[in-house]
Design a protein around this ligand. Structure first.
Ligand SMILES: [Zn+2]
Length: 244
């Protein structure tokens, strides 16, 4: 997939990054369990994050939106459903990115719901112990997506914070899903399921994918055995009761 790698490199350079296409490293800031415990502020800028990858997902300080990134562009979907380009100075408490270079690709059949899609993707895993990055481009017959509400301190845990999320349903919508699959043994670090964020082709709609019905779409997978995990150097992280 040299053509894809070259295209990614060009777009990454627009942001002055030195991430290497073809590198199989997932760069992650903080952990799922820390986010679950309410560590909603971080010191990682998107400018720094973009140096380590051109595709990924995450959130923003104060849990202020869903982040989706591909082709080196980073997007924020806020609680009101609007889509914003992310500036390099903005900060994240939790995000994962990788220099995406597909090592497997196939066309998706239509009519799969999210459990069906997950089962199909599971069947394409080389093994069940190595993380995988994913990109799906196409049309989705049905799509349910969400974005969280900006949180105020003192922060509650993630599940409580998501009680005020907004959800939206769309039909026959074209766009891109990106995300990761992590093995169960990494479940405290990141979500051990197919975790997907969506952005529409016209860049007006997006969010964390809750449900879907597939249409015609192309899937690319990037098996990623290397991981660069950076923990927050914040008092909130140091003091948080994580994973208990
Ligand atoms: Zn998500």
């Amino acid at each position: 997939m040299h053509r894809l790698a070259a295209a990614a490199t060009v777009l990454i350079l627009a942001w002055g990054t030195n991430a290497r296409a073809g590198d199989d490293t997932i760069f992650q800031y903080s952990t799922l369990d820390a986010l679950s415990a309410g560590v909603f502020d971080g010191q990682m800028s998107f400018g720094e994050l973009a140096r380590h990858g051109d595709l990924g997902l995450g959130t923003f300080n104060a849990l202020d939106g869903e982040m989706v990134a591909f082709d080196g562009a980073f997007w924020r979907i806020t609680h009101d459903g609007t889509v914003h380009a992310v500036g390099p100075e903005e900060l994240t408490p939790f995000a994962a990115v990788t220099p995406f270079a597909a090592d497997a690709a196939f066309t998706l059949e239509g009519g799969l719901d999210l459990p069906g899609l997950s089962a199909l993707l599971d069947s394409r895993l080389v093994d069940r112990n190595t993380p995988v990055a994913i990109r799906i481009d196409g049309v989705f017959a049905e799509l349910t997506i969400r974005a969280p509400a900006r949180q105020e301190k003192p922060y509650v845990g993630l599940i409580e914070a998501l009680a005020s999320q907004n959800t939206w349903q769309h039909q026959d919508i074209a766009g891109t899903m990106v995300g990761f699959w992590f093995p169960a043994w990494m479940g405290t670090i990141n979500a051990p399921v197919w975790h997907l964020h969506f952005l529409s082709a016209d860049r007006t709609v997006g969010g964390h994918v809750l449900a879907a019905q597939t249409g015609q779409a192309d899937v690319q997978l990037d098996r990623s055995p290397d991981m660069n995990l950076v923990l927050p150097r914040t008092q909130a992280f140091a003091d948080a009761v994580i994973g208990e």
